[in-house]
Design a protein. Structure first.
Length: 516
Protein backbone atom coordinates (compact mmCIF):
# COMPACT_ATOMS: atom_id res chain seq x y z
CA UNK A 1 0.00 0.00 0.00
CA UNK A 2 2.78 2.42 0.94
CA UNK A 3 4.63 1.62 -2.29
CA UNK A 4 1.48 2.30 -4.32
CA UNK A 5 0.95 5.55 -2.42
CA UNK A 6 4.56 6.65 -3.06
CA UNK A 7 4.17 5.78 -6.74
CA UNK A 8 0.96 7.76 -6.98
CA UNK A 9 2.58 10.73 -5.24
CA UNK A 10 5.56 10.54 -7.61
CA UNK A 11 3.29 10.49 -10.63
CA UNK A 12 1.31 13.46 -9.30
CA UNK A 13 4.53 15.32 -8.63
CA UNK A 14 5.76 14.70 -12.14
CA UNK A 15 2.45 15.82 -13.59
CA UNK A 16 2.49 18.95 -11.44
CA UNK A 17 6.07 19.68 -12.41
CA UNK A 18 5.16 19.17 -16.06
CA UNK A 19 2.28 21.63 -15.73
CA UNK A 20 4.50 24.16 -13.99
CA UNK A 21 7.17 23.86 -16.69
CA UNK A 22 4.58 24.04 -19.44
CA UNK A 23 3.03 27.08 -17.84
CA UNK A 24 6.43 28.76 -17.68
CA UNK A 25 6.99 28.28 -21.41
CA UNK A 26 6.27 31.09 -23.82
CA UNK A 27 3.86 30.49 -26.70
CA UNK A 28 6.85 30.51 -29.04
CA UNK A 29 8.56 27.80 -27.00
CA UNK A 30 5.42 25.67 -26.98
CA UNK A 31 5.09 26.04 -30.76
CA UNK A 32 8.73 25.08 -31.14
CA UNK A 33 8.32 22.04 -28.89
CA UNK A 34 5.30 20.87 -30.89
CA UNK A 35 7.17 21.47 -34.14
CA UNK A 36 10.02 19.23 -32.97
CA UNK A 37 7.53 16.53 -32.04
CA UNK A 38 6.03 16.38 -35.53
CA UNK A 39 8.99 17.23 -37.78
CA UNK A 40 9.22 13.57 -38.91
CA UNK A 41 5.48 13.25 -39.53
CA UNK A 42 4.93 14.74 -43.00
CA UNK A 43 1.16 15.19 -42.76
CA UNK A 44 1.28 17.03 -39.42
CA UNK A 45 4.32 19.00 -40.53
CA UNK A 46 2.46 20.16 -43.64
CA UNK A 47 -0.52 21.31 -41.56
CA UNK A 48 1.78 23.19 -39.16
CA UNK A 49 3.68 24.93 -41.97
CA UNK A 50 0.51 25.76 -43.89
CA UNK A 51 -0.87 27.64 -40.89
CA UNK A 52 2.43 29.23 -39.88
CA UNK A 53 2.76 32.93 -40.79
CA UNK A 54 5.36 33.26 -43.54
CA UNK A 55 5.88 36.98 -43.92
CA UNK A 56 6.41 37.71 -47.59
CA UNK A 57 7.33 36.08 -50.88
CA UNK A 58 10.04 38.34 -52.28
CA UNK A 59 10.93 36.42 -55.43
CA UNK A 60 7.85 35.62 -57.46
CA UNK A 61 7.38 36.11 -61.21
CA UNK A 62 3.70 36.88 -61.78
CA UNK A 63 3.52 35.17 -65.16
CA UNK A 64 5.22 32.05 -63.80
CA UNK A 65 3.16 32.03 -60.61
CA UNK A 66 -0.15 31.30 -62.36
CA UNK A 67 -1.05 27.64 -62.74
CA UNK A 68 -1.41 26.09 -66.20
CA UNK A 69 -5.11 25.36 -65.68
CA UNK A 70 -5.77 29.10 -65.53
CA UNK A 71 -3.92 29.77 -68.77
CA UNK A 72 -5.92 27.07 -70.55
CA UNK A 73 -9.10 28.74 -69.30
CA UNK A 74 -7.91 32.17 -70.47
CA UNK A 75 -7.01 30.76 -73.89
CA UNK A 76 -10.42 29.13 -74.28
CA UNK A 77 -12.24 32.36 -73.38
CA UNK A 78 -10.04 34.43 -75.72
CA UNK A 79 -10.59 32.13 -78.69
CA UNK A 80 -6.93 31.19 -78.98
CA UNK A 81 -5.76 28.07 -80.77
CA UNK A 82 -3.47 25.28 -79.61
CA UNK A 83 -1.04 23.49 -81.89
CA UNK A 84 -1.43 19.78 -81.17
CA UNK A 85 2.13 19.09 -82.31
CA UNK A 86 3.88 21.61 -80.04
CA UNK A 87 1.03 22.24 -77.55
CA UNK A 88 1.80 25.96 -77.90
CA UNK A 89 -0.94 28.57 -77.93
CA UNK A 90 -1.27 30.58 -81.15
CA UNK A 91 -3.50 33.39 -82.34
CA UNK A 92 -6.63 32.56 -84.39
CA UNK A 93 -7.72 31.56 -86.93
CA UNK A 94 -6.87 27.96 -86.21
CA UNK A 95 -5.24 26.22 -89.15
CA UNK A 96 -6.57 22.69 -89.45
CA UNK A 97 -3.80 21.84 -91.89
CA UNK A 98 -1.32 22.79 -89.14
CA UNK A 99 -3.02 20.56 -86.56
CA UNK A 100 -4.35 23.63 -84.76
CA UNK A 101 -7.64 23.47 -82.86
CA UNK A 102 -9.47 25.95 -80.64
CA UNK A 103 -8.03 25.91 -77.13
CA UNK A 104 -11.58 25.41 -75.87
CA UNK A 105 -11.40 21.87 -77.28
CA UNK A 106 -9.04 21.00 -74.44
CA UNK A 107 -11.82 21.57 -71.90
CA UNK A 108 -13.56 18.45 -73.26
CA UNK A 109 -10.49 16.55 -74.47
CA UNK A 110 -8.85 15.06 -71.38
CA UNK A 111 -5.72 13.95 -73.23
CA UNK A 112 -5.11 17.37 -74.79
CA UNK A 113 -5.85 19.11 -71.48
CA UNK A 114 -3.26 16.97 -69.73
CA UNK A 115 -0.69 17.54 -72.48
CA UNK A 116 -1.15 21.30 -72.15
CA UNK A 117 -0.68 21.23 -68.38
CA UNK A 118 2.47 19.16 -68.79
CA UNK A 119 3.79 21.52 -71.47
CA UNK A 120 3.03 24.67 -69.47
CA UNK A 121 4.58 23.37 -66.24
CA UNK A 122 6.99 20.82 -64.76
CA UNK A 123 4.22 18.35 -63.99
CA UNK A 124 5.24 14.78 -64.80
CA UNK A 125 8.40 15.98 -66.53
CA UNK A 126 10.88 13.26 -67.48
CA UNK A 127 14.07 14.18 -69.31
CA UNK A 128 14.22 12.54 -72.71
CA UNK A 129 14.67 14.82 -75.70
CA UNK A 130 14.78 18.01 -73.64
CA UNK A 131 16.47 19.04 -70.40
CA UNK A 132 14.45 20.21 -67.41
CA UNK A 133 16.16 23.60 -67.78
CA UNK A 134 14.92 24.01 -71.37
CA UNK A 135 11.46 22.58 -70.69
CA UNK A 136 11.00 25.07 -67.84
CA UNK A 137 11.85 28.15 -69.88
CA UNK A 138 10.09 26.93 -73.02
CA UNK A 139 6.85 26.66 -71.04
CA UNK A 140 6.61 30.47 -70.90
CA UNK A 141 6.78 30.72 -74.69
CA UNK A 142 3.96 28.22 -75.08
CA UNK A 143 1.41 29.87 -72.78
CA UNK A 144 2.48 33.50 -73.27
CA UNK A 145 -0.32 34.38 -75.75
CA UNK A 146 -2.83 33.83 -72.93
CA UNK A 147 -1.29 36.41 -70.58
CA UNK A 148 -1.79 39.94 -72.02
CA UNK A 149 -5.50 40.40 -71.27
CA UNK A 150 -5.60 38.79 -67.85
CA UNK A 151 -3.14 40.46 -65.51
CA UNK A 152 -5.89 41.36 -63.05
CA UNK A 153 -7.12 37.78 -62.84
CA UNK A 154 -3.53 36.57 -62.57
CA UNK A 155 -2.90 38.92 -59.66
CA UNK A 156 -6.09 37.73 -57.99
CA UNK A 157 -5.08 34.07 -58.25
CA UNK A 158 -1.59 34.60 -56.88
CA UNK A 159 -2.65 36.92 -54.06
CA UNK A 160 -5.52 34.68 -52.97
CA UNK A 161 -3.15 31.70 -52.81
CA UNK A 162 -0.71 33.76 -50.74
CA UNK A 163 -3.40 34.73 -48.25
CA UNK A 164 -4.53 31.12 -47.90
CA UNK A 165 -0.98 30.25 -46.83
CA UNK A 166 -0.78 33.08 -44.29
CA UNK A 167 1.49 35.38 -46.23
CA UNK A 168 1.03 39.08 -45.54
CA UNK A 169 3.20 40.60 -48.25
CA UNK A 170 4.37 39.95 -51.82
CA UNK A 171 6.77 41.53 -54.27
CA UNK A 172 5.73 40.38 -57.73
CA UNK A 173 7.90 40.71 -60.84
CA UNK A 174 6.27 42.12 -63.97
CA UNK A 175 7.04 44.69 -66.69
CA UNK A 176 4.27 47.19 -67.45
CA UNK A 177 5.00 49.62 -70.28
CA UNK A 178 7.73 47.35 -71.65
CA UNK A 179 6.55 47.49 -75.27
CA UNK A 180 6.65 51.29 -75.24
CA UNK A 181 10.17 51.33 -73.77
CA UNK A 182 11.45 48.86 -76.35
CA UNK A 183 9.77 50.87 -79.12
CA UNK A 184 11.44 54.04 -77.87
CA UNK A 185 14.81 52.28 -77.91
CA UNK A 186 14.21 51.24 -81.51
CA UNK A 187 13.60 54.87 -82.48
CA UNK A 188 16.61 56.22 -80.61
CA UNK A 189 19.11 53.50 -81.51
CA UNK A 190 22.40 52.71 -79.82
CA UNK A 191 24.72 55.11 -78.04
CA UNK A 192 27.78 54.02 -76.08
CA UNK A 193 27.44 57.06 -73.81
CA UNK A 194 24.80 55.96 -71.28
CA UNK A 195 24.20 59.49 -69.99
CA UNK A 196 23.49 60.71 -73.51
CA UNK A 197 21.37 57.64 -74.23
CA UNK A 198 19.31 58.36 -71.14
CA UNK A 199 18.60 61.91 -72.29
CA UNK A 200 17.58 60.69 -75.76
CA UNK A 201 15.22 58.08 -74.34
CA UNK A 202 13.64 60.56 -71.93
CA UNK A 203 13.11 62.99 -74.79
CA UNK A 204 11.60 60.45 -77.16
CA UNK A 205 9.04 58.42 -75.23
CA UNK A 206 10.10 57.04 -71.85
CA UNK A 207 7.80 59.50 -70.08
CA UNK A 208 4.90 58.15 -72.13
CA UNK A 209 5.99 54.60 -71.27
CA UNK A 210 5.88 55.49 -67.57
CA UNK A 211 2.34 56.84 -67.93
CA UNK A 212 1.28 53.74 -69.83
CA UNK A 213 2.84 51.51 -67.16
CA UNK A 214 0.91 53.27 -64.40
CA UNK A 215 -2.35 52.78 -66.32
CA UNK A 216 -1.54 49.08 -66.78
CA UNK A 217 -1.00 48.68 -63.03
CA UNK A 218 -4.16 50.64 -62.26
CA UNK A 219 -6.27 48.46 -64.54
CA UNK A 220 -4.75 45.20 -63.29
CA UNK A 221 -5.27 46.13 -59.64
CA UNK A 222 -8.81 47.29 -60.32
CA UNK A 223 -9.66 43.97 -61.94
CA UNK A 224 -7.92 42.07 -59.14
CA UNK A 225 -10.04 43.92 -56.60
CA UNK A 226 -13.21 43.10 -58.51
CA UNK A 227 -12.33 39.40 -58.74
CA UNK A 228 -11.51 39.19 -55.03
CA UNK A 229 -14.44 41.36 -53.92
CA UNK A 230 -12.20 43.89 -52.22
CA UNK A 231 -14.86 46.60 -52.42
CA UNK A 232 -16.75 44.65 -49.77
CA UNK A 233 -13.80 45.11 -47.43
CA UNK A 234 -13.91 48.86 -47.99
CA UNK A 235 -17.61 48.74 -47.08
CA UNK A 236 -16.86 46.93 -43.83
CA UNK A 237 -18.27 43.53 -44.86
CA UNK A 238 -16.27 40.76 -43.24
CA UNK A 239 -14.83 37.74 -45.01
CA UNK A 240 -16.74 35.43 -42.66
CA UNK A 241 -19.78 35.74 -44.91
CA UNK A 242 -18.43 34.02 -48.02
CA UNK A 243 -21.45 35.07 -50.09
CA UNK A 244 -20.70 38.76 -49.53
CA UNK A 245 -17.28 39.15 -47.97
CA UNK A 246 -13.99 39.77 -49.73
CA UNK A 247 -11.38 37.12 -50.36
CA UNK A 248 -8.62 37.15 -47.69
CA UNK A 249 -6.26 38.05 -50.53
CA UNK A 250 -7.53 41.60 -50.23
CA UNK A 251 -5.56 41.84 -47.00
CA UNK A 252 -2.23 40.94 -48.64
CA UNK A 253 -0.04 43.94 -49.41
CA UNK A 254 1.38 43.74 -52.95
CA UNK A 255 4.30 45.66 -54.41
CA UNK A 256 6.07 45.16 -57.72
CA UNK A 257 9.60 44.64 -58.99
CA UNK A 258 10.20 45.64 -62.59
CA UNK A 259 11.56 42.65 -64.51
CA UNK A 260 13.93 43.74 -67.27
CA UNK A 261 14.35 41.26 -70.13
CA UNK A 262 18.13 41.09 -70.30
CA UNK A 263 18.46 38.89 -73.41
CA UNK A 264 17.53 41.83 -75.66
CA UNK A 265 19.92 44.24 -77.44
CA UNK A 266 21.75 46.69 -75.12
CA UNK A 267 19.70 49.77 -75.99
CA UNK A 268 16.47 47.87 -75.30
CA UNK A 269 17.78 46.58 -71.98
CA UNK A 270 18.84 50.10 -71.00
CA UNK A 271 15.45 51.52 -72.01
CA UNK A 272 13.68 48.99 -69.78
CA UNK A 273 15.99 49.70 -66.85
CA UNK A 274 15.49 53.43 -67.30
CA UNK A 275 11.71 52.95 -67.42
CA UNK A 276 11.93 50.88 -64.22
CA UNK A 277 13.88 53.58 -62.37
CA UNK A 278 11.62 56.36 -63.63
CA UNK A 279 8.49 54.42 -62.71
CA UNK A 280 9.79 53.57 -59.24
CA UNK A 281 10.58 57.25 -58.75
CA UNK A 282 6.95 58.32 -59.25
CA UNK A 283 4.87 55.26 -58.32
CA UNK A 284 5.32 53.77 -54.85
CA UNK A 285 3.88 50.45 -56.01
CA UNK A 286 6.99 49.76 -58.12
CA UNK A 287 9.63 49.26 -55.45
CA UNK A 288 12.64 47.87 -57.32
CA UNK A 289 14.25 46.68 -60.55
CA UNK A 290 15.53 43.22 -61.48
CA UNK A 291 17.11 41.57 -64.54
CA UNK A 292 15.41 38.35 -65.66
CA UNK A 293 15.66 35.60 -68.30
CA UNK A 294 18.11 32.66 -68.15
CA UNK A 295 21.42 33.80 -66.73
CA UNK A 296 23.31 31.19 -68.76
CA UNK A 297 21.99 32.39 -72.15
CA UNK A 298 24.39 34.07 -74.58
CA UNK A 299 23.41 37.73 -74.16
CA UNK A 300 23.14 37.71 -70.32
CA UNK A 301 26.58 36.08 -70.15
CA UNK A 302 28.19 38.20 -72.87
CA UNK A 303 26.67 41.52 -71.72
CA UNK A 304 26.84 40.89 -67.97
CA UNK A 305 29.46 43.57 -67.30
CA UNK A 306 27.64 46.03 -69.57
CA UNK A 307 24.39 45.45 -67.64
CA UNK A 308 26.19 46.06 -64.34
CA UNK A 309 27.60 49.34 -65.72
CA UNK A 310 24.09 50.39 -66.71
CA UNK A 311 22.86 49.75 -63.20
CA UNK A 312 25.88 51.46 -61.66
CA UNK A 313 25.18 54.61 -63.66
CA UNK A 314 21.44 54.70 -63.05
CA UNK A 315 21.88 53.94 -59.36
CA UNK A 316 23.90 57.15 -59.09
CA UNK A 317 21.09 59.06 -60.81
CA UNK A 318 18.27 57.39 -58.82
CA UNK A 319 19.91 56.41 -55.50
CA UNK A 320 16.59 55.76 -53.73
CA UNK A 321 15.41 53.09 -56.17
CA UNK A 322 16.06 49.58 -54.88
CA UNK A 323 17.82 46.86 -56.86
CA UNK A 324 17.51 43.09 -56.50
CA UNK A 325 19.22 40.85 -59.04
CA UNK A 326 19.07 37.31 -60.31
CA UNK A 327 22.67 36.21 -59.84
CA UNK A 328 24.30 32.84 -59.49
CA UNK A 329 21.31 30.99 -60.97
CA UNK A 330 23.79 28.82 -62.82
CA UNK A 331 25.61 25.58 -62.08
CA UNK A 332 28.67 23.72 -63.33
CA UNK A 333 28.13 22.43 -66.83
CA UNK A 334 25.68 25.14 -67.90
CA UNK A 335 28.50 27.62 -68.53
CA UNK A 336 32.31 27.45 -68.65
CA UNK A 337 34.01 27.57 -65.21
CA UNK A 338 34.90 31.23 -65.77
CA UNK A 339 31.20 32.10 -65.89
CA UNK A 340 30.72 30.93 -62.31
CA UNK A 341 33.35 33.15 -60.73
CA UNK A 342 31.93 36.65 -60.41
CA UNK A 343 28.20 37.18 -61.03
CA UNK A 344 27.10 37.45 -57.40
CA UNK A 345 30.01 39.63 -56.33
CA UNK A 346 29.60 41.99 -59.28
CA UNK A 347 25.85 42.17 -58.72
CA UNK A 348 26.46 43.35 -55.17
CA UNK A 349 29.49 45.57 -55.70
CA UNK A 350 28.84 47.05 -59.12
CA UNK A 351 25.12 46.40 -59.65
CA UNK A 352 24.26 47.68 -56.13
CA UNK A 353 21.99 44.71 -55.43
CA UNK A 354 20.48 44.83 -51.96
CA UNK A 355 19.14 41.31 -52.47
CA UNK A 356 20.28 38.39 -54.59
CA UNK A 357 17.87 36.01 -56.28
CA UNK A 358 18.98 32.36 -56.12
CA UNK A 359 22.72 32.76 -55.43
CA UNK A 360 23.22 29.04 -56.14
CA UNK A 361 26.79 29.16 -57.41
CA UNK A 362 28.21 31.26 -54.57
CA UNK A 363 30.85 28.67 -53.62
CA UNK A 364 32.22 28.75 -57.20
CA UNK A 365 32.87 32.49 -56.97
CA UNK A 366 36.40 33.80 -56.45
CA UNK A 367 37.12 33.95 -52.70
CA UNK A 368 33.63 32.73 -51.74
CA UNK A 369 34.10 32.93 -47.97
CA UNK A 370 35.11 36.58 -48.22
CA UNK A 371 32.03 37.18 -50.37
CA UNK A 372 29.81 35.49 -47.79
CA UNK A 373 31.26 37.68 -45.02
CA UNK A 374 30.73 40.76 -47.19
CA UNK A 375 27.11 39.84 -47.84
CA UNK A 376 26.51 39.14 -44.15
CA UNK A 377 28.11 42.42 -43.15
CA UNK A 378 26.14 44.40 -45.70
CA UNK A 379 22.91 42.52 -44.90
CA UNK A 380 22.41 41.42 -48.50
CA UNK A 381 19.54 38.95 -48.35
CA UNK A 382 19.40 35.90 -50.63
CA UNK A 383 16.02 34.88 -52.02
CA UNK A 384 16.14 31.08 -51.75
CA UNK A 385 14.12 29.10 -54.32
CA UNK A 386 14.71 25.43 -53.51
CA UNK A 387 12.24 23.76 -55.86
CA UNK A 388 13.21 25.97 -58.78
CA UNK A 389 16.93 25.33 -58.23
CA UNK A 390 16.31 21.60 -58.16
CA UNK A 391 14.16 21.55 -61.30
CA UNK A 392 16.14 24.00 -63.44
CA UNK A 393 19.71 23.47 -62.24
CA UNK A 394 19.60 20.04 -60.66
CA UNK A 395 21.00 21.53 -57.44
CA UNK A 396 19.42 20.01 -54.36
CA UNK A 397 20.15 18.69 -50.88
CA UNK A 398 23.55 19.48 -49.43
CA UNK A 399 24.77 20.68 -52.82
CA UNK A 400 22.58 23.73 -52.32
CA UNK A 401 24.28 26.63 -50.48
CA UNK A 402 21.41 27.37 -48.09
CA UNK A 403 23.24 25.78 -45.11
CA UNK A 404 26.35 27.79 -46.01
CA UNK A 405 24.44 31.06 -46.11
CA UNK A 406 22.97 30.26 -42.69
CA UNK A 407 26.36 29.33 -41.26
CA UNK A 408 27.90 32.63 -42.34
CA UNK A 409 25.00 34.76 -41.14
CA UNK A 410 23.77 35.85 -44.56
CA UNK A 411 20.06 36.70 -44.27
CA UNK A 412 17.80 34.45 -46.34
CA UNK A 413 14.12 34.17 -47.15
CA UNK A 414 12.36 31.27 -48.83
CA UNK A 415 10.59 32.15 -52.08
CA UNK A 416 8.65 30.41 -54.85
CA UNK A 417 10.19 31.89 -58.04
CA UNK A 418 7.56 30.48 -60.48
CA UNK A 419 5.15 28.49 -58.34
CA UNK A 420 2.70 27.86 -61.18
CA UNK A 421 5.25 26.43 -63.60
CA UNK A 422 6.97 24.53 -60.77
CA UNK A 423 3.64 23.31 -59.34
CA UNK A 424 4.79 24.49 -55.92
CA UNK A 425 3.79 26.93 -53.18
CA UNK A 426 5.51 28.78 -50.36
CA UNK A 427 4.20 26.23 -47.85
CA UNK A 428 5.87 23.45 -49.81
CA UNK A 429 9.10 25.46 -49.98
CA UNK A 430 9.06 25.64 -46.17
CA UNK A 431 8.35 21.92 -45.91
CA UNK A 432 11.17 21.09 -48.30
CA UNK A 433 13.56 23.28 -46.31
CA UNK A 434 12.62 21.61 -43.02
CA UNK A 435 12.85 18.08 -44.33
CA UNK A 436 16.10 18.64 -46.22
CA UNK A 437 18.05 20.86 -43.82
CA UNK A 438 16.44 20.06 -40.44
CA UNK A 439 15.68 23.71 -39.77
CA UNK A 440 14.32 24.72 -36.39
CA UNK A 441 11.17 26.69 -35.74
CA UNK A 442 13.34 29.62 -34.68
CA UNK A 443 15.14 29.55 -38.04
CA UNK A 444 11.86 29.46 -39.95
CA UNK A 445 10.50 32.34 -37.92
CA UNK A 446 13.64 34.38 -38.59
CA UNK A 447 13.31 33.72 -42.32
CA UNK A 448 9.71 34.99 -42.24
CA UNK A 449 10.79 38.07 -40.30
CA UNK A 450 13.75 38.60 -42.64
CA UNK A 451 11.38 38.65 -45.60
CA UNK A 452 9.73 41.78 -44.20
CA UNK A 453 12.88 43.34 -42.75
CA UNK A 454 14.56 43.10 -46.17
CA UNK A 455 11.46 43.97 -48.17
CA UNK A 456 11.49 47.20 -50.12
CA UNK A 457 8.63 48.70 -48.14
CA UNK A 458 9.48 52.25 -47.08
CA UNK A 459 10.17 53.33 -43.53
CA UNK A 460 12.23 52.39 -40.51
CA UNK A 461 12.21 48.92 -39.00
CA UNK A 462 10.16 47.95 -35.97
CA UNK A 463 13.23 46.20 -34.60
CA UNK A 464 16.29 47.60 -32.85
CA UNK A 465 18.27 44.41 -33.50
CA UNK A 466 18.16 42.11 -36.51
CA UNK A 467 17.96 39.07 -34.27
CA UNK A 468 14.42 40.31 -33.56
CA UNK A 469 14.86 40.28 -29.82
CA UNK A 470 14.28 43.98 -29.16
CA UNK A 471 11.74 46.30 -30.74
CA UNK A 472 12.28 50.04 -30.98
CA UNK A 473 11.79 51.64 -27.55
CA UNK A 474 8.44 53.22 -28.39
CA UNK A 475 6.90 49.80 -29.16
CA UNK A 476 8.89 47.63 -26.77
CA UNK A 477 6.32 47.29 -24.03
CA UNK A 478 3.30 46.09 -25.98
CA UNK A 479 2.69 42.77 -27.71
CA UNK A 480 0.46 43.01 -30.80
CA UNK A 481 -3.12 41.91 -30.04
CA UNK A 482 -2.44 42.02 -26.28
CA UNK A 483 -2.67 45.60 -25.24
CA UNK A 484 -3.35 49.21 -26.10
CA UNK A 485 -0.73 50.70 -28.40
CA UNK A 486 0.86 53.79 -26.89
CA UNK A 487 0.74 57.08 -28.75
CA UNK A 488 4.52 56.89 -29.22
CA UNK A 489 4.30 53.44 -30.80
CA UNK A 490 1.36 54.52 -32.90
CA UNK A 491 3.49 57.33 -34.31
CA UNK A 492 6.20 54.81 -35.20
CA UNK A 493 3.69 52.60 -37.02
CA UNK A 494 2.00 55.48 -38.78
CA UNK A 495 5.36 56.75 -40.00
CA UNK A 496 6.65 53.49 -41.44
CA UNK A 497 4.93 51.09 -43.80
CA UNK A 498 7.61 48.51 -43.07
CA UNK A 499 7.05 48.76 -39.31
CA UNK A 500 3.29 48.35 -39.82
CA UNK A 501 3.87 45.19 -41.84
CA UNK A 502 6.24 43.84 -39.19
CA UNK A 503 3.67 44.61 -36.50
CA UNK A 504 1.07 42.74 -38.55
CA UNK A 505 3.38 39.73 -38.87
CA UNK A 506 4.03 39.68 -35.12
CA UNK A 507 0.28 39.75 -34.52
CA UNK A 508 -0.08 36.78 -36.87
CA UNK A 509 2.63 34.90 -34.99
CA UNK A 510 0.90 35.69 -31.72
CA UNK A 511 -2.37 34.19 -32.94
CA UNK A 512 -0.64 31.16 -34.40
CA UNK A 513 1.47 30.33 -31.34
CA UNK A 514 -1.51 30.53 -28.97
CA UNK A 515 -2.65 27.23 -30.48
CA UNK A 516 0.14 25.26 -28.83
Amino acid sequence: MRRERRTALAVCSLLLLSLIVEGAETPEQRASRYFESIRNQPALLLAFLHDMPKGGDLHNHLVGAVYAESYIGFAARDGLCVDRATVALVAPPCGAEKSQVPAAVALKDRALYGQMIDAYSMRDFHASQQSAHDHFFDAFLKFDPATPRHYGEMLAEVVARAAAQHEVYMELMLGPGRAQAIGTAAKVGRDEDVARLREKLLAHGIAEAVSHAKVELDEAEKEMGEVLGCDAMAQGITASDRSLGPDPGCGVTVRYVYDVLRSLPPEQVFAQVLLAFELARVDERMVAVNLVMPEDAYVPMHDFDLHMRMLDYLHAVYPRVHITLHAGEIAPGLVPPEGLRFHIRQSVEKGHAERIGHGVDVMYEDHPLDLLREMAGSKVLVEICLTSNDMILGVRGMEHPLPVYLRYGVPVALATDDEGVARSSLTWEYKRAVETYHLTYAQLKKMARDSIEHSFLPGASLWSALEYSVRVPACAGVTPNQGIVSSACRRVLEGSEKARMQWKLEAEFGRFEKNF
